[in-house]
Design a protein around this ligand. Structure first.
Ligand code: ADP
Length: 159
């Protein structure tokens, strides 16, 4: 059974993330979407909230499971029996960062293989950070965040 992991902050999950999830799920038997818990990073949503959001937007995809972890991606992948890490690539900046991470994983002697999926052109300018920057000023995030999740984002910024 081919199990893959797609990890990120998903703070909040965007349409770009969802596109990568839908496409990656078609390539493997099980795709674990994992929220990375970083105690040093201030986030808009708690890990539990982000897991609930991911479960909501992926409920139509049978082979997706949602989880969370704290620590090295490769260690978590080994723990859950995933042999592949999925990453999304929007541009050369993503590529540089992702390639470094891939090399570091190799140096750490981790067995995991990484596959990169190119972002859809509609999502090239999308990031969780951009979505938050628009939402904080009451802008329209229809094209950024899945519609079920939009009310949660809007609520966080309501005075
Ligand atoms: P970070 O891990 O820096 O917090 P994210 O959680 O936003 O970043 O991203 C997790 C993964 O999703 C990364 O591989 C990232 O490149 C990818 N990704 C982020 N936004 C998009 C997008 N709009 N289209 C495709 N892939 C994306």
């Amino acid at each position: 059974m081919k199990k893959a992991i797609y990890a990120g902050s998903f703070d909040p999950v965007t349409l770009g993330h969802l596109d990568i999830i839908e496409r990656a799920a078609k390539l493997v038997d099980v795709l674990v979407v994992a929220v990375l818990e970083n105690p040093n990073k201030k986030t808009l949503f708690t890990v539990e909230e982000r897991k609930i959001h991911l479960e909501m937007v992926t409920k139509h995809i049978e082979n997706v499971q949602v989880d969370s972890f704290c620590g090295l991606l490769a260690d978590f992948a080994t723990k859950i029996g995933a042999s592949v890490a999925v990453r999304g690539l929007r541009n050369a900046v993503d590529f540089a960062a992702e390639y470094q991470m891939y090399l570091i994983n190799r140096k750490l002697g981790k067995e995991i293989e990484t596959i990169f999926l190119a972002a859809d052109e509609e999502h090239l300018a999308l990031s969780s950070t951009n979505a938050k920057e628009v939402a904080v000023f009451g802008g329209n995030i229809d094209f950024m965040v899945p519609k079920e999740i939009q009310p949660f984002v809007v609520k966080k910024y309501q005075k």
